[in-house]
Design a protein around this ligand. Structure first.
Ligand code: PLP
Length: 424
């Protein structure tokens, strides 16, 4: 394939934008090569600036559950343009979206709309602190909760990919409010509660992790978090920015049957536009201004364009419950053939091929993966028309727009690419 227009654009971009990208995960630094500049999306496919066509397994890093340019979502955006782009005053649609979120995720009794997943987790944490009057937070190594200062401690996603353990620019005092523990270790959480129990405001967790690659909770782990937080008066926050509406209509909490106190949503809930949300128990959400003393605000929060896109997405999901069985079937098919030396983790439409023979259950086991081999695999897949996340430590995503033909082409490309990577 020829990538010359992308290469030119990348040269130009680097002069005006740090690293040429507006989010670090878009860079190809860890896999070698240069990022592709995209021209257009069509269902499960992406077409780049050089007119190369790819089967897309990034899906905008999660939001595009129904693929690119889903007709119902586009129609809703077009219709919303007629009324205006933002009023800074409430609209009926926001109430409809809040009701649609509550209907899908019953633990969310009240919800506030924001513009990004980062805002959602930042606010959820602040509310948890305001509610409990405590300051400490437990997070898990390799989980990513957006670029909230105090949560950029042993974080996954781009931090894991770039090998930045703890970012500069976060005051020591902020980082000191965070206790980072190994994912899936109930003992570590019990120990932390024994030591700091009455100072812990919240436990925040990706119930199924996507941001160190896909890592599933061990049986009993989420239940233990529920039990320990309840016992010690801490708020359990499920960060479902990635898993919400993706693993099930009600997210990972529906799948695992756990009711968290607060939930953060993003990605799918915005239908591909900048929209996210946080919500949960009414007694906790009543702490949010203007009813309560915890301040959180947003000029463009709940703007009619993003809200309409999100609402259209949620209505599609409601009308087509069968998409989850389809996504499960496609997910099983695309990960069915994995050679020895590679470990595949998958939850529904999220999956990662780890270049390690050992099970991957937390950050310590994830980071044993051979990232050089992953780079070879990634580049070979790209050459064969398959666009994967450019990092060993990111989950790949399917959409309901992927077809059996896409999957067959991907499996064939993977067969060659695995062989090349494992021979390297
Ligand atoms: C993507 C993500 C975020 C951050 O969302 P942004 O919209 O990128 O700010 C937070 N938490 C999780 C689990 C995510 O996957």
């Amino acid at each position: 394939m020829i990538y010359s227009k992308s290469a030119d654009l990348f040269e130009r971009a680097q002069r005006s934008i740090p690293g040429g990208v507006n989010s670090p995960v878009r860079a190809f630094r860890s896999v070698g090569g240069k990022p592709l500049f995209m021209a257009r999306g069509e269902g499960a496919h992406l077409i780049d600036a050089d007119s190369n066509r790819f089967i897309d397994y990034i899906c905008s890093w999660g939001p595009l559950l129904l693929g690119h340019r889903c007709p119902a979502v586009l129609a809703a955006i077009q219709e919303a343009l007629e009324i205006g782009t933002s009023f800074g005053a409430p609209t009926e649609r926001e109430v409809e979206l809040a009701e649609a979120i509550r209907a899908a995720v019953p633990s969310v009794e009240m919800v506030r709309l924001v513009n990004s997943g980062t805002e959602a987790t930042m606010a959820a944490l602040r509310v948890a602190r305001g509610f409990t009057g405590r300051e400490l937070t437990i997070k898990f190594e390799g989980c990513y909760h957006g670029h909230v200062d105090s949560l950029l401690v042993k974080a996954g996603s781009g931090m894991a990919t770039l090998g930045i353990a703890d970012t500069q620019g976060v005051p020591q005092g902020f980082a000191a409010t965070t206790i980072a523990l190994p994912f899936n270790s109930i003992e570590a959480v019990e120990q932390a509660f024994r030591t700091h129990g009455d100072r812990i405001a919240a436990v925040i967790v990706e119930p199924v992790v996507g941001n160190m690659g896909c890592v599933l909770p061990k049986a009993g782990f989420l239940e233990a978090l529920r039990e320990l937080t309840a016992r010690h008066g801490a708020v359990l926050i499920f960060d479902e920015v990635m898993t919400g509406f993706r693993l099930a209509r009600g997210g990972a909490q529906e799948l695992y049957g756990i009711r968290p106190d607060l939930t953060t949503l993003g990605k799918v809930v915005g239908g591909g536009l900048p929209l996210a949300a946080y919500g949960g128990r009414a007694d906790i959400m009543q702490k949010v201004a203007p009813v309560g003393p915890v301040y959180q605000a947003g000029t463009l929060s709940g703007n009619p364009i993003a809200v309409s896109a999100g609402l259209a997405m949620l209505r599609q999901i409601e009308a087509h419950p069968e998409i989850y069985a389809t996504l499960e079937r496609l997910g099983a098919a695309v990960t069915a053939e994995v050679p020895p030396g590679v470990t595949v983790n998958r939850a529904g439409s999220m999956f990662t091929f780890f270049f390690t023979p050992a099970p991957v259950t937390d950050w310590d086991s994830a980071k044993k993966a051979d990232t050089a081999r992953f780079g070879v695999f990634f580049r070979a897949m790209l050459e064969r028309g398959v666009y994967l996340p450019p990092s060993q430590f990111e989950a790949a995503f399917l959409s309901a727009a992927h077809t059996d033909q896409d999957i067959q082409a991907t499996v064939a490309a993977a067969r060659d690419s695995f062989a090349l990577a494992l021979a390297a």
